[in-house]
Design a protein around this ligand. Structure first.
Ligand SMILES: Nc1ncnc2c1ncn2[C@@H]1O[C@H](COP(=O)(O)OP(=O)(O)O)[C@@H](O)[C@H]1O
Ligand SMILES: [Mg+2]
Ligand SMILES: [Zn+2]
Length: 382
């Protein structure tokens, strides 16, 4: 005899997403069994994709709380099992949705994901800080955001998002990105076999790593994918151009940056990649005067670097490369990076956060996505 509670319980379970795949556990075949006792005692068996899944606490908590809210349920027990190989393969096939393996979803014609590659002429200019804060800002406005940390010289993105020690879960030959601050993250540092291992990343290996992060990782439907590139030009830039031809480039620079150097590198990069440079972000532009407030900008590192770079790029490419924003120095931006709490989350009113929120808004507003798509609709005749 089936309990009348089963239906509302199943509906409640359908509201629980797998934290990594971000789809309802009911759709993923993860709910194995539901039993209801005479007094409304519920036992749910949830199948983890792999044993020792790092998300099991989250899942248990989410299932308990969803089912516990159903009227008539007196208690919830969650039992965890593990998928069989067949079940995992089925899940993998259904996630691919009939797409052949080894295809980059973002390069597919008609892909609605806006791909932004964040580049800089040299390291230490705040490329990763800018990437993370832009991503958080976009996620805060409701976008589904993925981040690929492709900087081989300093893969600092996971630490900046508070997931430095996490490793992605593997389901068959599919890699689940690490959930962080409501986004999905994968870092080239997570693909190294051992953390302390020094790997000399070279062209073909880099290319393979990039392709792996784009194809083997289950990204789901993303509105925006941000890539933190290694500084300067190089093999990674060529790979991006080949594999993500419709990505756009954001150049991060500082006020004192040698415009010629950055421009030269960016030119090589963009011409190899046939990508559009969406704009320049000047970081560490000034210090907000602690006495007078935002009206008084103390120009610590000189001035004009961003505009100089933008002007040089505009001239070389023959289209307008704008300065999208000037991000002031803010000690908390640094602290936020160290503690895994990005500034735009912690203090969205801080001058640096406001600039980054504005830049993020501008980038997604005029981006692809449904609003810019030709839907092929024609007016209905009356
Ligand atoms: N606007 C800023 N104000 C203060 N510190 C910043 C700012 N931008 C970046 N930083 C700090 O500068 C250092 C380098 O930034 P990072 O984002 O790692 O640069 P990159 O990725 O270009 O190497 C980090 O310690 C970071 O916290
Ligand atoms: Mg970096
Ligand atoms: Zn002052």
């Amino acid at each position: 005899m089936t309990s009348p509670l089963l239906e509302p319980i199943n509906a409640a379970l359908a509201t629980v997403n797998d934290p990594e795949i971000r789809r309802p556990i009911t759709e993923l075949g993860m709910v194995d069994e539901v039993s209801v006792g005479p007094g409304g005692e519920v036992q749910v068996t949830v199948l983890l994709t792999v044993a020792g899944c790092p998300m099991k606490e989250t899942l248990t908590r989410d299932v308990s709380s969803a089912v516990g809210k159903v009227a008539g349920v007196s208690s919830v027990g969650v039992n965890l099992g593990v998928m069989t190989t067949e079940q995992r393969q089925q899940l993998q096939a259904s996630l691919r949705g009939g797409q052949p393996a080894k295809e980059i979803p973002f390069a597919r014609p008609g892909s609605l994901t806006k791909v932004l590659a964040v580049a800089s002429g040299k390291g230490g200019v705040g490329k990763s800080s800018v990437t993370v804060n832009l991503a958080v800002a976009m996620a805060a406005s409701g976008r589904k955001v993925g981040i690929v940390d492709a900087d081989i010289y300093g893969h600092s993105i996971p630490a900046m998002m508070g997931v430095a020690d996490e490793r992605p879960t593997q389901v068959e030959d599919m890699i689940m990105p690490v959930p962080a601050l409501g986004m999905s993250v994968i870092s080239i540092g997570m693909l190294k076999p051992r953390r302390d291992q020094v790997v000399a990343w070279r062209g073909p290996m880099l290319d393979r790593a990039l392709v792996q992060m784009l194809t083997d990782v289950y990204w789901g439907d993303l509105d925006v994918l941000l890539l933190d590139l290694p500084p300067g030009t190089g093999d990674m830039a060529i790979s991006i151009g080949q594999h993500l031809p419709n990505s756009e480039v954001l150049v991060v620079t500082t006020p004192q940056a040698a415009a010629a150097e950055v421009a030269e590198r960016a030119e090589t990069m963009a011409s190899m990649m046939h990508q559009r440079v969406a704009g320049v972000i000047e970081n560490m532009s000034y210090l907000v005067c602690p006495h007078c407030g935002p009206e008084h900008r103390i120009e610590v590192f000189g001035t004009g670097g961003g505009h100089e770079v933008a002007a040089t790029l505009s001239k070389r490419f023959g289209y307008d490369v704008p300065v999208l924003g000037e991000v002031p120095l803010d000690l908390r931006l640094r602290e936020g990076g160290d503690s895994g709490r990005p500034l735009v989350l912690d203090d969205p009113e801080a001058p640096a956060a406001r600039v980054l929120l504005d830049v993020a808004d501008g980038l997604v507003a005029k981006g692809r996505g449904l609003s810019g798509m030709q839907l092929g609709l024609s007016p209905v005749s009356r």
